[in-house]
Design a protein around this ligand. Structure first.
Ligand code: NAD
Length: 483
């Protein structure tokens, strides 16, 4: 059976890449090839930036309510194609259909937020800054934005970027993950159907060359990046050195603290979802549980029991919870981390290498649980980005917070408890940007900032919400006297 070769989307046209380099995209649940993605050249990126730069001259002048109306059309089309989009996500990424369906919802919510552009773009006025002198602040788009996205949320993460950027009057060049490039093309087709003019949104598939092209091009005014920590740091430094605005959202090692008074039924359900959902490939995944005091034994026993019951398989099959990791290479890396955890002396309670599904063609790793992990161990420190959960045992909330704060990452964190006092103490002392209280995956919605710190974020203004509006606009001040 022949498989499609993806094209770039430049100036409103689907353009075949001429780079001569390609990658095969497998369905990670079956190993079967589903598409070929071009690894485009810098020259191809340059032509997309040129198209976006040209389109910007008209798009920035389109009345804001008219731009918003295109986003409204787009929202309707995404709702209409919800099931199809979710299936495509499962096919190229491996996550379960239910999770993919939820991801589409998150993407749609970003489009809905962006549709409020007329309000979001408003400036401000003070009629009397001095006698008969007034002052106004006007908000304008900044130009061509470059978006670089990871494999784990092929819809939601691009939707953190382009709907808002476009609604505010910018034009956009997206470089999707070369591991999950199919959904991006469908998003572009639907944008065109919604009435977006040619050149306003462009896609160039590829890897480092395309990224470097975006980071260096003088007509690209800002870079929105989401991906792993080393690449985020690199992108931030190179783009900032070239005078661009940058927001670079990076990796994570999120700690969930469980106090003895927590509702264990709810806690276990939330931790199982947060640790093993999407095969652990979420920047808001719980990868470390810190069990405080007497709760440890029962918590580990309940987690083991619940994790052993998870249905592993192709995410399109009914009832499947845990799909594959993204590639065989990622499975091998995960298997090697499980070996490292054993060597480091942690107790391996559940071994994902033993899952029967891990023998087949898909890139499956079963749920893995380590107990008695110590801070400083490599499995505690590194982002494994797979269904591997470490349990650290401590004797107090303060000790638990200290363990979490030792991590070089500071994306999310969760506290399970019924104590208002503990919640306040945790909120005031934990060094992480997105907190859950009895909520396993506390990912903020489109109208709030997505807010990591330390090595989880490089930049100033975060993605989404008012931060997103600030990031994608610049302000002009007028001080006026009418003589
Ligand atoms: P990745 O860093 O490998 O890739 C991200 C993007 O960078 C891709 O488009 C890729 O082509 C590009 N890239 C990769 N290596 C590059 C290089 N050397 N030079 C230039 N460009 C390069 O990340 P991934 O594996 O696709 O995604 C998983 C990572 O993303 C995890 O670390 C996860 O925590 C992180 N993530 C973070 C957030 C957040 O909000 N903080 C959200 C989602 C994912």
């Amino acid at each position: 059976m022949s498989i499609p070769t993806l094209h770039n989307f430049i100036g409103g046209q689907w353009v075949a890449s001429t780079s001569g380099t390609t990658d095969v995209i497998p369905n990670p649940a079956t190993g079967e090839p589903i598409a070929i993605v071009p690894i485009s050249s810098r020259a191809e990126l340059d032509s997309a930036v040129e198209a976006a730069h040209t389109a910007f001259q008209d798009w920035k002048r389109v009345a804001v309510p008219k731009r918003a109306r295109i986003l409204f059309n787009y929202q309707q089309l995404l709702v209409k194609h919800w099931d199809e989009l979710a299936r495509l996500i499962t096919q190229e990424n491996g996550k379960s259909y239910g999770e993919a369906y939820g991801e589409v919802q998150r993407g749609i919510e970003n489009v809905e937020f962006a549709s409020g552009a007329p309000t979001l773009m408003m400036g401000s006025t003070l009629p009397d800054i001095a006698t008969e002198i007034e002052s106004h602040m006007y908000r304008y788009p900044i130009g061509v934005i470059g978006g670089i996205t990871p494999f784990n949320f092929p819809m939601m993460v691009p939707c953190w970027m382009f709907p808002l950027a476009l609604a505010l009057g910018n034009t956009f060049v997206l470089k999707p993950s070369e591991k999950t490039p199919l959904l991006a093309n469908r998003l572009a087709e639907l944008l065109a159907e919604a009435g977006l003019p040619a050149g306003v949104f462009n896609i160039v598939h590829g890897a480092q060359d395309v990224v470097n092209g975006l980071l260096d091009h003088e007509d690209v005014k800002a870079i929105s990046f989401v991906g792993s920590q080393p690449v985020a740091e690199y992108v931030y430094k190179r783009a900032a050195a070239n005078g661009k605005r940058v927001q670079a959202l990076a990796g994570a090692k999120n700690h969930a603290i469980v106090l003895p008074d927590a509702n264990l039924e709810l806690t276990v359900k939330e931790i199982i979802n947060a640790s093993y959902g999407s095969a652990g490939e979420r920047c808001m995944a719980t990868s470390v549980v810190v069990a405080v005091g007497s709760v440890g034994d029962e918590l580990v026993s309940r987690l083991t029991e619940a994790a052993s019951r998870l249905k592993i398989g192709n995410g399109l099959e009914q009832g499947v919870f845990l799909g594959p990791v993204i590639r065989d290479a990622h499975k091998e890396r995960t298997v090697s981390y499980i070996g490292i955890g054993e060597q480091e002396g942690a107790s391996l309670v559940l071994d994902g290498r033993q899952a029967p599904e891990s023998e087949g063609k898909g890139s499956f790793v079963g749920p893995t649980l380590f107990d008695h992990v110590k801070p400083g161990m490599q499995i505690w420190k590194d982002e494994i980005f797979a269904p591997v959960l470490s349990v650290v045992r401590v004797s107090s909330l303060d000790e638990a917070i200290e363990v979490a704060n030792q991590s070089e990452f500071a994306n999310g964190g969760v506290l399970y408890t019924d104590s208002a006092q503990a919640i306040r103490h945790y909120r005031e002392n934990i060094d992480a940007g997105m907190l859950g209280i009895n909520v396993g995956v506390p990912a903020p919605m489109a109208f709030f900032p997505f807010s990591g710190y330390k090595k989880s974020f490089y930049g100033d203004l975060h993605a989404n919400g008012k931060d997103g509006v600030e990031f994608y606009t610049r302000k002009k001040m007028v001080v006026a006297r009418y003589s």
